[in-house]
Design a protein around this ligand. Sequence first.
Ligand code: FES
Length: 99
Amino acid sequence: MTGETLSIRVFRAKSEIVNTTIIENRAILDLAEDAGLEIPRNRTSGTCGTSIVSLTSGTVPIPDEILPGLDEYLNNEGGILSCCLFPTTSCEIDITPPI
Ligand code: FES
């Protein structure tokens, strides 16, 4: 990150439900919870897929070895695991999974 204040905006369909500041090395799900929004989770290991949301803008790097809770198809559709991935730019997500 560059030192500028980055934000994450969370939508449900077209309604914005959270707008909060990104804290480095804090997962999307934790940022949302800090702002009062609970995103479903089962575990935070990236294996179950429960915390999947849709990235609609911005950058959330995916590890080279894709996590078991996500597959290439879902990722190509914008799916990211909010429990264990970290935005590196301001971004917008929809809490609705991509499919
Ligand atoms: S809570 Fe299971 S993959 Fe995120």
